[in-house]
Design a protein around this ligand. Structure first.
Ligand code: KG4
Ligand code: ZN
Length: 333
């Protein structure tokens, strides 16, 4: 069960590797009216969507609750009200059906989408996780064990996509639409700064985002028309180059042989192309989940939950939502 932001999702997963059902209710159309996610609306829409989604997932898998062995639920990070609807619902289901309850970190979920997409992928591997709220480079040493190699020092990559999209008058959610626009543009048309970071494997998107937004305002003030396609393409190129460079550096320095990517930004077409091309050129095996397993879904939560369940890491019915849950605390649980 996943409800950390604006997607309500219920999936059924077998042995952490096989997707039997993948039911999702997206709230994007509603939040688009406001230009971003409205937390209170998100919580209420989760409540409305959950029960029908369980029925849909069971029907898709041709199953009843009797066939289910455990309930895995995202308990953080995310919007507190949104998380609470899912956590409360999952606790009720686990209690009523007499099933173990497995708490899952949303970011670990994103990483675990790769286990379903690539049944032959086994740790160790380096994983770039880039979503709307997080950007990390992780070394996945064993199932459920992570070392943080690098992270953003300010904004997440997806956040930068969404904010620059707004300046280009691209409606919410900006990332995917900016990506499509960029496909038709020239990525050399505009020059943006290449932000410097202290940490060798860290990212910084805030400086780039501000420079890009300032340049747009400046051009407009001078009455110069912005070519949105070229602007989008140049910005996308800057973000992707930074993500790919740091990830490949991390892979090289850790001696990794396998590289995976996860999170909503992993749906970006240029990032997918470049990571594969440049990763394989360095002899890495590169794993990229299909787009629908990169953006929020519950299949990834089921996959992560399986390995937590196997490790005996269950939650009691006192489980609470943890909006600021961190990736590294998750392994120490
Ligand atoms: O992982 P996700 O679905 O939700 C969070 O956990 O945050 O990621 C959503 C983020 C948004 O910022 C969205 O704009 C971005 O992923 N995103 C993309 C693309 N598809 C989604 N960014 C760039 N290109 C895309 N194709
Ligand atoms: Zn996510």
């Amino acid at each position: 069960m996943e409800s950390s932001c604006d997607e309500t999702a219920i999936a059924i997963v077998r042995n952490g590797r096989e997707q039997l059902a993948n039911a999702i209710a997206s709230q994007i159309d509603t939040h688009a009216l406001y230009g971003g996610v409205v937390p209170e609306i998100a919580s209420r829409m989760h409540v409305e969507a959950i029960d029908p989604l369980l029925d849909a997932a069971l029907a898709e898998a041709h199953m009843t609750l009797d066939n289910i062995d455990a309930v895995a639920v995202t308990y953080g990070p995310g919007l507190v009200g949104a998380l609470l609807t899912g956590v409360s619902w999952a606790k009720a289901l686990a209690y009523a059906a007499g099933l173990p309850l497995v708490p899952v970190n949303h970011i670990e979920g994103h990483v675990s989408a790769n286990y379903v997409a690539h049944p032959d992928l086994r740790p160790p591997f380096v994983c770039l996780v880039a979503s709307g709220g997080h950007s990390h480079i992780l070394n996945v040493t064993r199932y459920g064990e992570y070392a943080l190699i690098g992270q953003t020092t300010d904004d997440a990559a997806g956040e930068a996509f969404d904010k620059v999209a707004r300046v280009l008058d691209i409606p919410y959610p900006g990332g995917p639409l900016l990506d499509r626009l960029a496909d038709e543009g020239d990525d050399h048309a505009y020059t943006f700064p290449h932000p410097h970071t202290q940490g060798k494997y860290d990212f910084s998107f805030s400086g780039l985002k501000t420079a890009v937004i300032n340049q747009a305002h400046h051009l407009r003030q001078q009455g110069v028309a912005i070519d949105a396609k070229n602007f989008a393409a140049s910005f996308r190129r800057s973000v992707v180059d930074m993500l790919v460079e740091k990830t490949l550096l991390a892979a090289r320095d850790t001696g990794a042989k396998q590289l995976a990517v996860a999170g909503g930004v992993a749906a970006n077409s240029l990032l997918r192309r470049e990571l594969r091309r440049r990763g394989e050129a360095r002899g890495l095996r590169v794993f990229i989940p299909p787009v629908n397993l990169c953006t929020d879904n519950a299949v990834m939560i089921g996959a992560a939950g399986y390995y937590r369940l196997m490790a005996g890491e269950l939650a009691s019915l006192r489980l609470n939502a943890v909006p600021a849950l961190r990736m590294i605390e998750a392994q120490a649980d």
